[in-house]
Every structure is written in structure tokens, then in C-alpha cells.
Write a protein that binds this ligand. Structure first.
Ligand code: SF4
Length: 321
């Protein structure tokens, strides 16, 4: 008999990497193979320090802005720059061209779809209301698909109640892909009530991976006293999983970047623990967490799956062959 306390660990599935993150990482790896180091990446390719550090070790150079990348001298080959999975504003694409950089776009195709929708609505004369979080790179990229001032950010139900479009009969909405499904539905309900003619994607642009990870947390939360979400503090979809578990009654709902951040004192007396991971967290970090739990507890592990994911996004043409 083990002298460690018993702990049932419910492992949510799906969890961790989504197809967009997987593709973005492959783009950096393939670019390094094809063009050699350095390959520049504007911003974190995905929101995960482990991923960023391992790509940096292979020769990727992460920059905040394009002017940190040396412009090619006459006769020199262009430096390669990769745009992150969150997408970029049109002005960033234009600035890369002006600087003579060879750009590879790792924007998730599901984010690109939102860009296209927003541009189409703008082109057709509608004011676009973007539901999302200020300051997130995906929101900056989506707002940058239209001229400044042509899109309004809606962060909350209160914003949806207060917004005053120029022509209420001629508005559209789009959403960030990594929001809370439930909170976003409430905001869309307010917009639809206030502007019955509003155009939109149907429900929301929240992607399959965000939706499935939230569903998986819902499936385990009522059986868990506590939950650990493996993810980064700047990962929107990871933070939504932490909030969701707390809303569903988990007494402890904590984001951990690695096993080293497990708050052991909060797990004292806990007998059932959920574990999941945001879409940019690699499985190796989840397995580290499980191993660390096994050193403190007599763990019974149960995987709870709500669906299987088989989404794969192809690489850009320049890297595909
Ligand atoms: Fe694409 Fe969704 Fe993954 Fe973001 S979370 S990269 S939108 S699949």
C-alpha cells in the first residue's frame, strides 16, 4: 500500500496543441531546414515559452518588430521572416515588403478566415464590431485588416449594450477565435437584439480547438475539486479554461506553465484533480505535470474524451514540397 494520499486525475481530451499551432511550429522548423539559420519570427510564434525556447535553440530569432531584422544589402539574399499563428495587420505585411524581407505567413487558417470576413464586411460598407480582448495579437491583426477606426472592439456585454454604430442597420460582427463560447454567445445575443440586421458568421468565429477544449473541461469539472491548466499567462484560450473551471465550481483552478509551478499547498486534501492544456502547450509539459503529481500522490489516471480531432492544415506552398 502506498503511504501517499490517493488522487484521481481526470485528464481532459482534447487538450494541448491544435492544428494551427502545429502548423506554425512546422513552418518555423521547415524554414530553418530550407533556408538555414537565422530565420526571424515576429513575436512568439505561439504563446508558449517551451516552444519558443526550443525553436530559438534551432536558430529562430524572435523579434518584436520588423526593424530589428537587418534589411538585405545590395546583392544579398532577403532575410526570412515568419508571422505568428495569431496573424498580423495588413500594415505589417506591407512593412515587410518595403524592407525587402521574404515573409512566410504562419497565421492559422481559421484566423485568416476571420480576416477575410472582416475585410468583406468592410468592403461591403458595414461597420464591423469585433468581439475580443484588447491588446491580444490576434485582435490587433484582425483590426488591422481594415483602415484605422473602421472596426470597433467589443470586450463585454456592457460594451455591446453601449456601442453606437454610425448606421445601426449596416453592421457586422466577427470574433476572436479563442474566446469563451458561453460569454461570447451572451455578447452576440445583445448585439443581435440591438441590431436585428447585423451580419455575422452564424454563432461565432471561435475555433474548433477552443470549443473542444472548453467542452472537455465541462466534462470533467463537476467531478473535480481542482484543476490545473497547462498554458502560458498570455494564452487567451488557456486563460478561458481556467475561468471556465472556476465558474463550474472547481475550488482551485490554476494556470501552470510547467510542473515547477504546481501550487502544492492548494492541492492539500484534494482527492480529484482535472488536468488539461491550452492549444499552444505541448503534451510533454502535461506529462511532466502528471509525473510530478505521481511523486506527491498515489495517482489513478482517467482520460475523459469528448471528441476526436483530426484537423490538419497544410503548409504554405513555399514550404510544402
Ligand atoms: Fe487556429 Fe484555433 Fe489553434 Fe488559434 S487555437 S491556432 S485559431 S486552431
Amino acid at each position: 500500500m502506498s503511504d501517499k494520499p490517493a488522487l484521481t486525475v481526470l485528464l481532459a481530451s482534447p487538450r494541448g496543441f491544435c492544428a494551427g499551432v502545429d502548423r506554425a511550429i512546422q513552418i518555423v522548423e521547415q524554414a530553418l531546414v530550407r533556408y538555414g539559420a537565422p530565420v526571424y519570427v515576429r513575436h512568439e510564434i505561439v504563446h508558449n515559452k517551451h516552444v519558443v525556447d526550443s525553436l530559438r535553440a534551432k536558430g529562430a530569432v524572435f523579434v518584436d518588430e520588423l526593424d530589428e531584422i537587418p534589411a538585405p544589402l545590395p546583392g544579398q539574399e532577403s532575410a526570412h521572416v515568419i508571422f505568428s499563428a495569431h496573424g498580423v495587420a495588413k500594415s505589417v505585411v506591407a512593412a515587410a515588403e518595403d524592407r525587402g524581407l521574404a515573409a512566410l505567413d504562419a497565421t492559422c487558417p481559421l484566423v485568416s478566415k476571420v480576416h477575410s470576413e472582416a475585410s468583406r464586411h468592410h468592403f461591403q460598407g458595414r461597420e464591423v464590431l469585433l468581439i475580443g480582448h484588447a491588446g491580444h495579437p490576434e485582435v490587433e491583426g484582425t483590426m488591422g485588416q481594415v483602415p484605422p477606426g473602421a472596426m470597433t472592439l467589443i470586450e463585454s456585454v456592457a460594451d455591446a449594450e453601449a456601442v453606437q454604430p454610425r448606421d445601426p442597420a449596416n453592421v457586422a460582427y466577427a470574433t476572436q477565435t479563442t474566446l469563451s463560447v458561453d460569454d461570447t454567445a451572451e455578447i452576440i445575443a445583445v448585439l443581435t437584439r440591438r441590431f436585428p440586421a447585423i451580419k455575422g458568421p452564424g454563432k461565432a468565429d471561435i475555433c474548433y480547438a477552443t470549443t473542444n477544449r472548453q467542452q472537455a473541461v465541462k466534462a470533467i469539472a463537476e467531478r473535480c475539486e481542482a484543476i490545473l491548466v497547462v498554458g502560458a499567462p498570455n494564452s487567451s484560450n488557456s486563460k478561458r479554461l481556467v475561468e471556465l473551471a472556476a465558474q463550474l465550481g472547481c475550488k482551485v483552478s490554476v494556470l501552470v506553465q510547467t510542473a515547477a509551478e504546481i501550487p502544492w499547498e492548494k492541492l492539500q486534501g484534494v482527492r480529484s484533480l482535472g488536468v488539461t492544456a491550452g492549444a499552444s502547450a505541448p503534451e510533454i509539459l502535461v506529462q511532466d505535470v502528471i509525473r510530478a503529481l505521481q511523486t506527491h500522490f498515489d495517482v489513478s489516471l482517467e482520460e475523459v474524451s469528448v471528441t476526436r480531432e483530426d484537423v490538419i492544415f497544410s503548409l504554405p506552398k513555399a514550404l510544402a514540397s
